[in-house]
Write a protein that binds this ligand. Structure first.
Ligand code: ARG
Ligand code: MN
Ligand code: MN
Length: 301
C-alpha cells in the first residue's frame, strides 16, 4: 500500500445551495474519526483546519441568477490557494465539504500543477449547469461546467491559469438526475457518464475497469476523486440536501473505491454534501469516513 502524506482541509461552505447545515459537514466528518482512521492505515496525516468562510445572512434575491456568488468565489479562491500549496509541498489533498461548489476551488488549485488531470465524479447529479441552464441558481450544480471553462466568468477565472479540465479526462459515475442543459453539454463535449443504468447493467466491477482503462489511455498526470455523498442511495446516506432515489449501494461504492486503491491512481480527493442537520445520527459522515478508508488502503482482511 502507498503510504501518503495527507493534508486535510475543511470547507464549511453552504452558500452553493439553499439549505443550511452542510457547512457543518467538515465537523461531522472529523467527529466520525477521519484523522484516526487514516493514521491507523499508516499514513502521515496533518489536519490543516478549515478555510475561512464569511458569515453573511443568506437572502433570497430573485434578480440574482447565481445565489451567493460573492461568498462562493471568496471561499473557493482561498481553497484553491490552499490546495495548490499542498500539492506543491508533495502532499495529498483531502478536502472535506461543504457543498459541491467547493470543487471549483479544489480543481482550480490542482490544475496549477497537474496539466492533464483525470477527474472521477461520483454523484447522483452531473453538476454541469451554467447560469443559463440551472433550474435553481445553486452553484453546487455547476462545478464541473466551470472546471471545463463553461459558466460565469467570475467562477471560470477564479485562481486560474487557463488550464481547464479536458472533457475527455472526466468520468461521471452514478448519475440519475440530469437537467436538460446538462444533457446537451454532456453530448456536445462527449463526456463519459456511467449512469445507474450502466452500473445496473454491467456491474460496478466493469464500470470501474472501464474507468481505469479510459484514464490510462488518456495518459493523465493525476486523478482527482470528487465524491458527492448523494451518489449513494439515500438509504445509506440520508444526510444530503438533494437526495435522489435509486443510487449506488454501500457495497458498490466501497468496491469502486477499493478498486481505485488497488490501481494506486488517485492523487487527491474530496468528500462533499454531508449535512448533519438532515442526517440520522451522523450516519452519512460515518459512511464518508468508511469510504475514505477503502480509498486509502483499508481491506476487509
Ligand atoms: N452537488 C449537488 N448535490 N448538486 C445538485 C444539483 C441539482 C440540480 N441539477 C441543480 O442544478 O440545481
Ligand atoms: Mn449530487
Ligand atoms: Mn454534486
Amino acid at each position: 500500500m502507498r503510504e501518503l502524506n495527507i493534508s486535510i482541509v475543511g470547507v464549511p461552505l453552504d452558500y452553493g445551495q439553499s439549505r443550511r447545515g452542510v457547512d457543518m459537514g467538515p465537523s461531522a466528518i472529523r467527529y466520525a474519526g477521519a484523522v484516526e482512521r487514516l493514521k491507523a492505515l499508516g499514513h502521515e496525516v496533518c489536519d490543516e483546519g478549515d478555510i475561512q468562510v464569511s458569515a453573511v445572512e443568506k437572502k433570497p434575491n430573485p434578480a440574482e441568477r447565481l445565489k451567493n456568488l460573492d461568498e462562493v468565489v471568496e471561499a473557493n479562491e482561498a481553497l484553491a490557494q490552499k490546495v495548490a500549496d499542498i500539492v506543491k509541498a508533495g502532499r495529498f489533498p483531502l478536502v472535506l465539504g461543504g457543498d459541491h461548489s467547493i470543487a471549483i476551488g479544489t480543481l482550480a488549485g490542482l490544475t496549477q500543477t497537474y496539466r492533464n488531470l483525470g477527474v472521477i465524479w461520483f454523484d447522483a447529479h452531473a453538476d454541469m449547469n451554467t447560469a443559463e441552464t440551472s433550474p435553481s441558481g445553486n452553484i453546487h450544480g455547476m462545478p464541473l461546467a466551470v472546471s471545463m471553462g463553461y459558466g460565469h466568468e467570475r467562477l471560470t477565472t477564479l485562481f486560474h491559469n487557463g488550464n481547464f479540465i479536458q472533457p475527455e479526462n472526466l468520468i461521471i459515475i452514478g448519475a440519475r438526475s440530469v437537467d436538460p442543459g446538462e444533457r446537451e453539454l454532456i453530448q456536445k463535449l462527449g463526456i463519459t457518464v456511467f449512469t445507474m443504468h450502466e452500473i445496473d447493467k454491467y456491474g460496478m466491477t466493469a464500470v470501474m475497469e472501464k474507468t481505469l482503462d479510459h484514464l490510462k489511455e488518456r495518459a493523465v498526470d493525476g486523478v482527482h476523486l470528487s465524491l458527492d455523498l448523494d451518489g449513494l442511495d439515500p438509504l445509506y446516506t440520508p444526510g444530503v440536501g438533494t437526495p435522489v432515489d435509486g443510487g449506488m449501494t454501500y457495497r458498490e461504492s466501497h468496491l469502486a473505491l477499493e478498486m481505485l486503491q488497488e490501481a494506486e491512481c488517485i492523487t487527491s480527493a474530496e468528500f462533499v454534501e454531508v449535512n448533519p442537520i438532515l442526517d440520522e445520527k451522523n450516519k452519512t459522515a460515518d459512511v464518508a469516513v468508511t469510504l475514505m478508508g477503502s480509498l486509502l488502503g483499508e481491506t476487509l482482511i
